[in-house]
Ligand binder design. Structure first.
Ligand code: GN1
Ligand code: MG
Length: 357
């Protein structure tokens, strides 16, 4: 996208100085994020994919969650320097979204300085810190009323719905893609039981519904560049009602593999038990007292559940011809799916040796 266009979008938000540089930032699969530099400070400018997110509902939830985090910090006399806030429009102070002439939706937020994110967890300290930060996030959000929040993406972590979408994709798929993905399609039917414990308890409302992050990946935690302490949980787009197990499962999924989510060489992929132990300790240090006995028993199972579901979603998108996730090459979604299924296999193989919590 053109610099001048982006600078013009940026200046429509209530920032003090003129932007002098705008560049692509981060590795989101759905939205486009840019870093905007001004002489005084930097910001993040995001173009939100409105085919996927309902903008009004997203706006509603973003206001609630950022407001709640600030209230919490105030109550406990904690700094808000590393928390996210959205910058309103220059001419409409009560608006956080800009709709441009091409009907694209934009919003702007603060940039947290001296921070960085990991695609792969390098050691146990980072796993502990990341776990602690997501645990704190859950702790902050307890007490929020799930009924106040909306669903910017419907049925987001509804495994039955995801499987129906998968079946539809198989029916409509291009024959070549369907043939190439045969082993992965078979993997889904061979492992279909993985959904059962959590899906059943959710259906029977035996797992509490609460406001959770819903995208608790390692690259959604910012770390201090100098001392590697976790600073902040970012990407609040999917904060909505769900289960704590979705977040814990996503942590196992994204912290425990030694390679990136789209690594083509799957030979190294396995669940690193020491990393899972460290992330669990970190998470429990904040959120432990909030978990029910049932949730505790399902922690490792949540890792299988989320790894299975995200694998199914990548495969569905491959069969649909890459309409949902951004891709850099034709096999990108298939590789992401293989990655998830290899990891899932490793979790299954090791599950009897891992005791969590
Ligand atoms: C998507 O856009 P991003 O990278 O934050 C997805 C998550 C998946 C993830 C796979 C709205 O997140 O559900 O876990 O990719 N978000 C949406 O890594 O679909
Ligand atoms: Mg996300």
């Amino acid at each position: 996208m053109e610099q001048n266009y982006l600078k013009n979008v940026a200046t429509q938000f209530a920032i003090e100085s003129q932007p002098f540089n705008v560049e692509l930032h981060g590795n989101g699969h759905i939205n486009k994020t840019f870093k905007v530099d001004t002489i005084k400070e930097s910001f993040l400018l995001q173009q939100i994919n409105s085919e996927i997110f309902d903008i009004e509902k997203l706006d509603h939830n973003s206001r609630l969650v950022t407001w709640h985090i600030f209230e919490y910090r105030k109550e406990y006399e904690q700094s808000i320097d590393n928390d996210i806030w959205f910058i309103p429009l220059r001419d409409k102070e009560d608006h956080l979204f800009l709709k441009d002439s091409q009907n694209a939706y934009w919003r702007m937020m603060n940039f947290i300085p001296n921070s960085h994110a990991y695609e792969v967890v390098p050691d146990e300290n980072v796993a502990y810190e990341g776990g602690r930060k997501f645990g704190e996030f859950i702790k902050i959000l307890t007490g929020e009323d799930v009924f106040d929040y909306q669903f910017p993406v419907e049925n987001f972590h509804d495994i039955e719905q995801r499987l129906r979408q998968f079946q539809q994709a198989i029916h409509r798929a291009d024959q070549q893609r369907k043939k190439t993905a045969e082993p992965e399609i078979r993997f889904v039917s061979d492992h279909i039981d993985i959904k059962d414990p959590i899906a059943k308890l959710l259906r029977r409302k035996q797992i509490p519904l609460s406001v959770v992050h819903n995208d608790a990946k390692i690259n959604n935690v910012l770390f201090n560049k100098h001392n590697n302490k976790a600073l902040s949980v970012i990407d609040l787009d999917t904060v909505m009602p769900g289960s704590i197990l979705f977040d814990f499962g996503d942590m196992i999924r994204t912290f425990s593999s030694p390679v990136k989510e789209d690594e083509t060489d799957t030979s190294e992929i396995h669940m690193r038990k020491d990393i899972v132990k460290a992330l669990t300790e970190g998470f429990m240090s904040e959120a432990g007292p909030l978990l029910t006995l049932k949730e505790r028993q399902l922690l490792l199972i949540s890792g299988k559940f989320m790894t299975f579901m995200i694998g199914v979603r990548f495969l569905t998108d491959y069969l649909n011809g890459d309409v949902y996730y951004k891709t850099n090459h034709p096999d990108h979604n298939l590789i992401r799916c293989r990655n998830q299924f290899k990891l899932l296999q490793s979790i299954i193989e090791q599950e009897d040796d891992v005791k969590i919590p």
